[in-house]
Design a protein around this ligand. Structure first.
Ligand code: ATP
Length: 366
């Protein structure tokens, strides 16, 4: 039994009794999940991580690992391990000795330590590098050593604080795959803190989006990206346009929303049951669900929602083209048009356009 499931219940951390670094966090992380805490600097994600690790005590609330409250226990008794941003490898010890060191702290004999280190070295594919010093390794290899050193104590939960931030862009993407592979191989719960949206989305089974000490949304990557709960999550994850307007009608699972430019948009309620006429609401539509038409073309082609504007800027992105559309609305409006489709009849800057999408592609936000 691994027992690496985590439950955070009413978790609060205040350093000075006034500001809440963590402000009432409730969350369940299943055993063996890859969970990413995502949010801007200062949102409290590292503090949550440090409290799970046992490097910081909560002001209030419980942390259950494997069903047992671990508040007050040492990291070793919690069976958690932490991998730091800087890797914190001993410069004078070889790869093998760095990895074996964690077991010396736990009082294991030398033969046992080295045998365990060798097994772990194979697991993380560091075979040929076992006798090298950290300075003789690449950033990615150093990270693998740091991971092996954290994993050798057989923790139930491995905590990673911005593990990829020291690497360059290309290596970061490569190491992302490797972290995922290792997590699956070790079969333990990973809690990974990051402020990079794409990193969280690419890696996690469970993405937890935080702001100012609170969780806005926790769910599978695709749910958080494609069905953000509120404006904050939609804007932080990106890929969505968020518009604000007044509800003029609610019926049959949809709401009609009047925007400040007097256009009417139909959006699915998407479970927002309590919406009433007259209420101000946010609605989201994915940038890649927008079709851009020339106004002189067949307006009948425009199924459902229409917003009028003109092309403010065009940015080539490779697989798609990012078109910034200026509308009379205060919110920015962007369409991602598939590359081939865009170049069939390229829109030039200042061209008037109709941005259209179907009712079911826009959703009310909380
Ligand atoms: N030891 C401390 N003493 C006082 N305040 C602290 C301490 N550690 C963190 N804080 C404050 O708590 C809040 C949350 O910090 P935390 O490090 O958890 O955020 P974060 O989201 O991880 O940010 P970053 O990505 O910059 O590390 C911040 O306002 C921070 O200034």
């Amino acid at each position: 039994m691994r027992g690496g499931d985590i439950e955070l219940a009413g978790l609060v951390k205040s350093y000075d009794g006034l500001t809440m670094a963590v402000d009432g966090v409730n969350l369940r992380v299943p055993d063996g999940a890859y969970c990413c805490f995502l949010g801007p600097s200062g949102c409290g994600k590292t503090t949550v991580l440090r409290m799970i690790a046992g490097h910081e005590e909560p002001t209030e609330g419980e942390i259950l690992i494997g069903g047992r409250n671990v508040v007050g226990l040492t990291p070793a008794d919690r069976r958690t391990a932490m991998m730091f941003q800087s890797y914190a490898l001993f410069p004078h010890l070889t790869v093998r000795d760095n990895i074996a060191f964690a077991l010396r702290v736990r009082g294991l004999g030398k033969t046992e330590r080295l045998a365990a280190a060798d097994a772990m070295i194979e697991k993380v594919q560091l075979g040929e590098l076992r006798h090298r010093l950290p300075a003789e390794l690449s950033g990615g290899q150093q990270q693998r050593v740091a991971l092996a050193r954290a994993a050798i104590t057989e923790p139930r939960v491995l905590l990673l604080d911005e593990p990829l931030s020291a690497l360059d862009e290309q290596l970061r993407i490569q190491m992302r795959q490797e972290l995922r592979r290792m997590q699956q191989e070790l079969g333990i719960t990973f809690i990974h803190v990051t402020h990079t949206q794409m990193e969280a989305i690419a890696l996690a089974d469970l993405v937890v989006v935080m702001e100012k000490g609170k969780i806005h949304q926790a769910g599978p990557a695709r749910e958080v990206y494609a069905r953000p709960r509120d404006r904050y999550v939609a804007e932080f994850l990106g890929g969505q346009n968020v518009l604000r307007g007044e509800v003029t009608r609610v019926s049959g699972g949809v709401a009609v929303v009047d925007l400040p430019d007097h256009s009417s948009i139909v959006a699915s309620l998407d479970g927002q049951r309590s919406i009433r006429r007259g209420e101000m609401v946010d609605l989201a539509v994915r940038r890649d669900d927008i079709r851009l038409l020339r106004p002189d073309g067949a307006v009948s082609e425009a199924g459902g929602n229409i917003l009028r504007g003109w092309v403010e800027a065009v940015e080539y992105q490779g697989a798609f083209v990012k078109v910034m559309v200026k509308t009379p609305l205060p919110d920015e409006f962007i369409a991602y048009v598939a590359e081939r489709e865009f170049y069939r009849d390229p829109l030039e800057v200042r061209a008037p356009v109709l941005a259209t999408w179907s009712a079911e592609d826009s959703r009310l936000l909380a």
